[in-house]
Design a protein around this ligand. Structure first.
Ligand SMILES: Cc1cc2nc3c(=O)[nH]c(=O)nc-3n(C[C@H](O)[C@H](O)[C@H](O)COP(=O)(O)OP(=O)(O)OC[C@H]3O[C@@H](n4cnc5c(N)ncnc54)[C@H](O)[C@@H]3O)c2cc1C
Length: 435
């Protein structure tokens, strides 16, 4: 590697960071572009609810960063960043251990000239007693896998308990009626129905499993248009999900969720999807952060240190026209990754980056409500009007977002090949991962 090369180090290979590394790597090569991630494989985070429900197999879906690095022309460094020495422009990485506790990589330091923080976010428990202990948050592939295994375990237990206690129900509680909670509720309904075909025939998913979705605001999908909330709630309720709005969960116990008025909602399994925060260590870097640890960036996506940029969920950027922060969405991370290409190319080429302003263009939102249905609003780019879409069309559009992410990383030919390959693989395996 050329030691004199200007090094752009991107921390976090998620929805935004990986797209940026792939595009920048193709243009400038591995001497200039380095990606650090704490995982060895990439899964697009908006599909974690499918991992949790078992309808998406991480071993088939995950893309190896080492393979992507070779194909896209960046250097991949496997490890978790734990601190930054801004004066010396050094990142420090924790050592990496194998499952047998052997040290695979020692603690290391990585030098950078320009740093891009793209470490995403995690669930915000808002200090709710018992939440971190008893609820699972779909923050990472590991957590989604942990939920899937607990779900399988609970389904088996439920089929045994039902024989001993007539009227027994398996209760699944979801805290948070945003896109994550809604999509998970719908996915779980279908996964549980499928599981009953594969050996758990004593279980009738329609009557023996109760999914309860609790939302603090007066409506689910409260950040999206009212028509979408109403359509999603109707679809969920028509399939048996219990939706409760204006309910604030004040504590979580091993088998129940308790609201501010003391009402108990039984929950053998609980998922927390009620808000996000950026990793706490970002607030110890001496950079400007907001109350949820997001790095505050200017219109160029630059933090209060001119050598450090930030994008996606870990950054607080504003809509240019208004003084409110952009939402934590994959669409924002994707557009910010595209935007940073020119600025970072300038820096790699030794030029002073031009003063460009990031302008988020909202193309609308799509929420999957099961495998054949979705709801969404699409923004007309020229007219500025929004159109409501639902049903199979919305679901197909939703699926195309995942493909577009693959396209940005793998290019059109490999994305097409992968999509066709996966379609055939699905025919040869049960729809729900059962082991
Ligand atoms: C279940 C679920 C469903 C969602 N559905 C939608 C949807 O339908 N539409 C939508 O727009 N958004 C959706 N979102 C939100 C969307 O996933 C995020 O907004 C988006 O992934 C943010 O992208 P990002 O690049 O900022 O971070 P991420 O995609 O979260 O990537 C962060 C990366 O950083 C790595 N990392 C973290 N810390 C470190 C560290 N210290 N060192 C090294 N690496 C690190 C992680 O391993 C990860 O690869 C959903 C989220 C969830 C959980």
């Amino acid at each position: 590697m050329n030691e004199q090369a200007h090094k752009v180090v991107i921390v976090g290979g998620g929805a935004g960071g990986l797209e940026l590394a792939a595009k920048l790597g193709r243009k400038h090569g591995p001497a200039h572009v380095l990606l650090v991630d704490k995982d060895g494989g990439h899964i697009w985070k908006p599909s974690l609810h499918e991992v949790a429900a078992g309808t998406l197999d991480i071993h088939r879906e995950s893309l190896s960063y080492f393979m992507l690095a070779k194909d896209c022309g960046f250097t991949f460094i496997y490890g978790e960043v734990q601190a930054i020495d801004r004066e010396a422009r050094l990142l420090s990485l924790k050592p990496v251990f194998s499952d047998t506790q052997d040290e695979v990589f020692p603690a290391r330091s990585i030098a950078y000239d320009t740093l891009v923080m793209a470490v995403g976010s995690k669930s915000n428990f808002f200090g709710t007693p018992g939440a971190a202990e008893f609820a699972i948050a779909l923050d990472s592939t590991n957590e989604a896998e942990r939920f899937r295994l607990r779900l399988l375990h609970q389904l088996v237990l439920a089929s045994r308990r039902k024989a001993a206690q007539p009227g027994y129900k398996l209760n699944i509680g979801i805290v948070g009626g945003g896109a994550t909670g809604v999509e998970l509720a719908a996915e779980l309904l279908e996964a549980c129905a499928d599981a009953s075909f594969y050996g758990l025939n004593d279980l009738d998913p329609a009557s023996d499993i109760r999914i309860t979705l609790l939302e603090g605001s007066p409506r689910i999908l409260s950040a999206l248009p009212e028509k979408m909330s109403a359509a999603a709630q109707k679809l969920l309720e028509s399939r048996g999900v219990v939706v409760k709005t204006s309910v604030r969960v004040s504590s979580v116990e091993t088998d129940a969720l308790i609201d501010g008025e003391g009402n108990r909602y039984p929950a053998d399994l609980c998922v927390w999807a009620a808000g996000i925060e950026a990793p706490a260590w970002l607030s110890r870097l001496g950079l400007e952060v907001n109350r949820i640890n997001q790095l505050v960036v200017d219109s160029n996506l630059r933090s209060s240190d001119p050598a450090i940029y930030a994008l996606g969920d870990c950054a607080q950027a504003s809509w240019l026209s208004e003084d409110r922060p952009l939402p934590a969405r994959a669409q924002v991370a994707h557009q910010q990754a595209n935007f940073l290409m020119d600025t970072l190319s300038d820096r790699i080429n030794g030029r002073q980056p031009q003063d460009r302003a990031f302008h988020f263009r909202d193309y609308g939102s799509l929420v999957s409500v099961g495998h054949s249905k979705g709801v969404g609003n699409l923004m007309g780019v020229l007219s500025g009007k929004s159109w409501f879409v639902e049903g199979l069309l919305a679901r197909l559009m939703y699926m195309s977002l995942h493909l577009m992410h693959h396209w940005a990383v793998l290019g059109p030919v490999r994305t097409g090949t992968l999509a066709i390959g996966r379609l055939f693989m699905k025919r040869a395996a049960p729809r729900v991962k059962l082991h």
